[in-house]
Write a protein that binds this ligand. Structure first.
Ligand SMILES: C[S@@+](CC[C@H](N)C(=O)[O-])C[C@H]1O[C@@H](n2cnc3c(N)ncnc32)[C@H](O)[C@@H]1O
Length: 356
């Protein structure tokens, strides 16, 4: 019972208060996904102040569920409730983050990623015990959809307007007509955005995950860029073709088992004046500098998605989602690159430029 004497009541209350907020946020995760899936946020934000009956009618859902869902959303601060009229509404900021899929800060996608982790928990716990990997392809589909939905808004907001211009001479080459490989392209969000912006250039999307490549091919058709895109299943270490002007890796280098092998292959596949663009999650150099809300998201996702993904592949270097600039530089230099620099950044991403 000695611990009773050492407990500081204020510090204990602080932890319990934090836990209450976080348990509420965790419970809100699936509710956010249901709101997304059933179009509840979109209908609510479009209709302005409405009752639970009106929202249920508009979305063809059951009122009793919607009433409870709305109260939970209001308690979480994601919608507002007016007690006099019994109506719910969303501010422009709430709608921007929850109802607008093209907004750079669209929140629901992130919760699909979290959902996949819950579903894969048993597999992951086994991997923690054995040290074996869990491949990207072995996760629940929510991971692929969540990655697409969560990353795409950031690419729409930054890729063409700021990330590509931060690289030396790349935008002019893309305007004139460049050959580009987008490696680890997943559902092809980045490939399609670049293909739309630079119709004179040709884009080859590669990923080892067949299901993602099939999705990307369909998106290219619906987005009208099938004329200047190709999607193929390939590993980063052996994708075909050479003489690329630009090779891009969006949030995937650290997921690979052999990033140095991938770097060597990129080096061989680039023109002598080409550019390797590497987008990685935001991180500082040392663990203690990442013990903050953004680092918390990335370390937790990394232990359950990125590290297992790398450990499932040959070499299994497992850089992790918080690999420092120095570690990434080492990978590029070991791959044969002579220059490496952080070209720009956002609160969630670092953008690197490596040159042969
Ligand atoms: C976090 S996702 C990023 C997907 C996409 N670039 C995006 O930004 O939406 C990582 C991707 O890397 C792919 N990947 C992992 N290891 C790979 C490898 N060795 N070769 C090719 N693709 C790989 C996965 O299949 C997955 O699609």
């Amino acid at each position: 019972m000695r611990w009773i004497l050492t407990i500081n009541q204020d510090k204990l209350n602080e932890i319990i208060g934090k836990f209450a907020a976080e348990l509420g946020a965790s419970a809100q995760g699936p509710a956010i996904l249901i709101g997304e899936q059933l179009g509840l946020y979109k209908a609510l934000s479009a209709a302005g102040p409405i009752t639970s009956e009106e929202l249920a009618k508009k979305t063809a859902t059951a009122e009793r569920y919607i009433r409870e869902w709305l109260a939970g959303q209001a308690a979480g601060g994601y919608v507002n409730y007016d007690a006099t009229s019994r109506k719910y509404s969303m501010t422009p900021e709430q709608a921007f983050t929850l109802a607008n899929e093209d907004s750079p800060v669209y929140i629901p996608g992130a919760f699909y990623i979290i959902s996949s982790i819950y579903k894969d928990r048993a597999k992951l716990a086994d991997a923690f015990r054995t040290g074996k990997g869990v491949g990207w392809h072995e996760h629940h589909n929510d991971l692929f959809m969540g990655t697409h939905k969560f990353f795409r808004p950031g690419y729409i907001a930054n890729l063409v307007s700021s990330w590509l211009p931060s690289l030396d001479g790349v935008v002019q080459k893309l305007k004139d007509g460049a050959i580009v490989a987008d490696v680890g392209c997943g559902y092809g969000s980045s490939t399609v955005i670049m293909a739309k912006a630079f119709p004179n250039s040709r884009f080859f999307g590669y990923d080892y995950h067949l299901e993602s490549i099939e999705w990307a091919k369909n998106v290219a058709v619906t987005e009208g860029v099938s004329g200047n895109t190709n999607f193929e299943v390939a590993m980063a270490k052996d994708y075909p073709r050479k003489e690329f002007d630009l090779v891009t890796f969006f949030d995937c280098l650290h997921d690979m088992g052999d990033p140095v092998g991938a770097a060597k292959h990129v080096h061989q596949s680039l023109k002598s004046d080409g550019t390797w663009m590497i987008v990685e999650p935001y991180s500082n150099e040392r663990v203690e500098e990442n013990l903050n809300p953004v680092g918390r998201i990335f370390y937790n996702a990394s232990s359950m998605i990125c590290v297992p993904s790398s450990l499932a592949q040959e070499v299994g270097l497992a850089l992790g989602a918080q690999a420092s600039d120095s570690k990434l530089r080492d990978v590029a230099l070991q791959g044969g690159f002579k220059q490496f620099r952080r070209a720009t950044q956002t609160p969630f991403n670092r953008i690197f430029e490596a040159r042969p």
